[in-house]
Ligand binder design. Structure first.
Ligand SMILES: NC(=O)c1ccc[n+]([C@@H]2O[C@H](COP(=O)([O-])OP(=O)(O)OC[C@H]3O[C@@H](n4cnc5c(N)ncnc54)[C@H](O)[C@@H]3O)[C@@H](O)[C@H]2O)c1
Ligand SMILES: [Zn+2]
Length: 348
């Protein structure tokens, strides 16, 4: 889902809270993180980068430009503003509650609300020419995917690539690989419908694992790359069994696999042999290695210039009143992202 908000929108709710016990991941009340685009209402003392009325997107991560990591040029993992996974503010408190019960954040910026107070390092200014639904896609999934070949793996022109999972993140990874000049981009997804959009973003070949007659995905990928495997593979599924296939699908000696998909389980089965004897590299990534302040302007400019068919990613639009339908829509095979329009008219 993504959530866009216009400056003049008047919403009648203040907090939207979900109990996501049923997902089996988090066992507390949590204030949702959502792909989002916002308008600055006011800025605090000392903030010079933004002014009232600016269009911004909150980012998963921040960038201080000064810490050991930010100044290394090698990673986007800022040490001064770490991503909070505890659900709490840096002072280990939460400022939110409902009916007397404490609310936890989801990641650092909990975005699913009418107003949010946020550290300026966690927002990125966007060109107001960018349609709001497109801007909201950039606040997480598409950027994360795009960054994997661009910033995390820094692939070379002519590289061969496999992208596992063709959702919002995988589509971004396809677009990133295409922009970096990959010669072959193999997309893998269990859902046939996902392939049309992926082709529009630069995919050259498609594999549906259900149609391999018992062959492994990595063998199918090797067959498509002269028996050797791809230079780079990107996991955008979060499915543990895919991780090993993604590693096995790469070229021995130099193959690199980047994982962003987040499994539900804290530990997953893993075959180290493919790394050790195959002399391959496995990397994790958050936000695709993209630095919000230094790197996002270039990606935003590409989107303003309509270099990608981002409209194809917003497969459904619904009004806020119909938000419950979004949870059903997101499971449909033809759905990539559901855009919740704050001012939209309810279908019912
Ligand atoms: N690390 C980060 O910074 C970061 C940021 C955003 C999202 N994520 C994670 O990335 C993953 C993908 O996010 P998304 O929004 O694209 O999700 P999505 O649900 O839209 O896409 C996942 C795709 O994977 C496909 N898939 C599922 N199982 C598969 C399998 N066994 N083989 C092949 N394809 C399979 C699905 O059909 C779907 O098209 C999630 O785990 C999400 O939590 C991580
Ligand atoms: Zn830093």
């Amino acid at each position: 889902m993504c959530l866009s908000k216009t400056q003049n929108a008047k919403m009648e709710f203040f907090l939207v809270v979900f109990e996501i016990k049923e997902l089996g991941v988090l066992y507390y009340w949590v204030f949702f993180w959502c792909y989002l685009c916002r308008v600055v209402e006011s800025v605090g003392e000392g903030v010079e980068e933004l002014k009232d009325g600016d269009t911004v997107i909150p980012a998963l991560i921040a960038e201080c430009k000064e810490c050991l990591n930010c100044s290394s040029g090698r990673t986007n993992k800022c040490l001064k503003f770490p991503v909070s996974l505890s659900g709490l503010m840096p002072d280990q408190t939460s400022r939110m509650s409902v009916k007397g019960q404490m609310l936890y954040h989801m990641f650092t910026c909990s975005t699913f609300c009418e107003f949010m107070v946020v550290n300026v390092n966690f927002v990125v200014k966007v060109d107001p020419k960018l349609p709001l639904p497109h801007a909201s896609l950039l606040s997480c999934g598409f950027s994360t995917g795009f960054g994997m070949p661009w910033k995390e793996a820094k692939i070379e022109k002519g590289s061969t690539v496999a992208v596992f999972g063709l959702g919002g993140v995988g589509t971004g990874a396809i677009a990133g690989a295409h922009c970096m000049g990959a010669s072959k981009i193999i997309g893998v997804d269990l859902i046939q419908n996902k392939k049309q959009t992926a082709y529009a973003f630069g995919m050259t070949d498609f594999i549906n694992p259900n149609e391999l007659d018992g062959r492994s995905i990595s063998d199918a990928i090797k067959d498509m790359t002269g028996g050797l495997g791809v230079n780079y593979s990107f996991d955008c599924t979060g499915v543990p069994s895919v991780f090993n296939e993604a590693i096995e699908a790469t070229l021995e000696g130099t193959g690199v696999t980047v994982i962003v998909g987040t499994p539900k389980e804290p530990t997953v089965p893993f075959s180290p042999g493919a790394l050790i004897h195959g002399v391959r590299t496995l990397k994790g990534s958050i936000f695709g290695g993209i630095k919000p302040q230094s790197d996002m302007p270039a990606l935003i400019a590409k989107c303003v210039n309509k270099e990608f068919q981002l409209d194809r990613m917003v497969t459904h639009k619904i009004a806020l009143d119909d938000i419950n339908d979004a949870f059903q829509l997101i499971k449909q095979p033809d759905c990539l992202k559901v855009c919740i329009e704050i001012n939209g008219k309810s279908a019912s």
